[in-house]
Design a binder for this molecule. Structure first.
Ligand SMILES: [Zn+2]
Ligand SMILES: [Zn+2]
Length: 349
């Protein structure tokens, strides 16, 4: 028995030495193998994404970025939705585009972006998403939906990307870089204030924008995505809101923001004590325009939501103590609760 063990260890040691020698002194010998592996992985990913896009039954929700602006490891808010051949992004905060690409999401097949409001943690990666999806080979038009400000922002992004787009066109030519697809087509909706408006209806998919209360920030909306008798609702940034409750009625999945005011209240005097008066002021100000866990649970319960997914955490629940504080305040809702992480996927079948 011992003999066999020694032989295996000896063989493993020899292989390790050979591996070290080849990768260090003859890396060129490994290039064909490495490239084949990479390309095979890419092809497998394309095939997988084709299958997902051909699925005519489900709605897939990808929590690409789950952070609020509070510091932490997570990237800021951004949610992917794939439904009946369409790929949409809802909000694109800082870091979302790179994370989405690393997750293997088909950015070159993106055809819609929906923005909830113009806080940076929801839109800072917007130029990057428009540009990157084009560079990766997007051939379809890209539509940008949002409340007041959408037209202005889109024009500013066009100006911002103008020189970059010219460089790509001049270098690679029109056939490779069709510049007509380098821009997003803006659809600014006007009639949501105090109510709701269907802003997208195609291939059996209905997307409704609805007014939320992120006061003093206006406009601010949430979105409901309906398809094949299924419903996903994204709260956007809001304090407890009756329209979220109404839209989330019997939803299969409610993606709701959350803030742990009970912890932030204790943070305030300590920040003051440490002389961090600017941070104290911000931590104080943000507490009245988000929703604490007990109220999120109340909405999910009253609306009879099947699955509650939390995101846009303030602060992130990455320490056991913080997560348990959230958990304790979430009582009262009996359905499934998920603390989403960057890169999670939820399939509504
Ligand atoms: Zn936010
Ligand atoms: Zn906000």
């Amino acid at each position: 028995m011992k003999k066999i063990l020694y032989s295996i260890l000896g063989l493993a040691a020899i292989l390790l030495v050979i591996g070290f020698v080849v990768t260090t002194f003859f890396p060129e010998k490994l290039v064909p193998f490495m490239l084949n592996q990479q390309l095979q992985r890419q092809m497998a990913l394309v095939e997988k994404n084709n299958e997902i896009l051909e699925d005519q039954e489900s709605i897939r929700v990808y929590t690409v970025g789950t952070a609020s602006p509070m510091p932490g490891e997570r990237v800021q808010t951004g949610t992917g939705v794939i439904v009946n051949g369409h790929f949409f992004m809802f909000d694109v905060g800082d870091g979302v585009v790179q994370k989405a690409e690393n997750m293997g999401l088909p950015l070159n097949r993106l055809d819609g972006i929906f923005i909830t409001h113009w806080h940076s943690d929801h839109m800072m990666d917007l130029p990057s998403l428009i540009s990157r999806s084009w560079l990766l080979g997007r051939t379809k038009d890209l539509h940008l939906y949002g409340p007041d400000g959408t037209d202005t922002l889109n024009q500013a992004i066009n100006q911002f990307l103008h020189i970059e787009n010219r460089h790509r066109l001049d270098h690679h030519g029109h056939e490779t870089m069709d510049i007509s697809k380098a821009r997003a087509i803006a659809h600014e909706f006007k009639n949501v204030q105090g109510g709701k408006e269907v802003i997208y209806q195609q291939d059996g998919i209905t997307i409704t924008a609805f007014d939320v209360d992120h006061s003093p920030i206006e406009p601010a909306v949430g979105y409901a995505i309906e398809y094949n008798g299924k419903k996903v609702v994204i709260s956007g940034d809001t304090k407890k809101n009756d329209l979220v409750l109404e839209m989330a009625e019997n939803a299969d999945l409610l993606l709701h923001e959350v803030i742990l005011n009970s912890l932030l209240k204790q943070m305030e005097p300590r920040l003051k004590q440490f002389g961090m008066t600017r941070n104290r002021k911000i931590v104080h100000d943000i507490q009245d325009y988000h929703t604490p866990p007990s109220e999120v649970a109340e909405i999910a319960s009253k609306a009879n939501v099947k699955k509650l997914v939390l995101h846009h955490f303030a602060p992130p629940p990455d320490f056991r103590v913080v997560k348990n504080l959230y958990q304790k305040e979430l009582s009262g809702y009996d359905g499934e609760i998920h603390f989403s992480n960057d890169g999670d996927v939820f399939v509504i079948e």
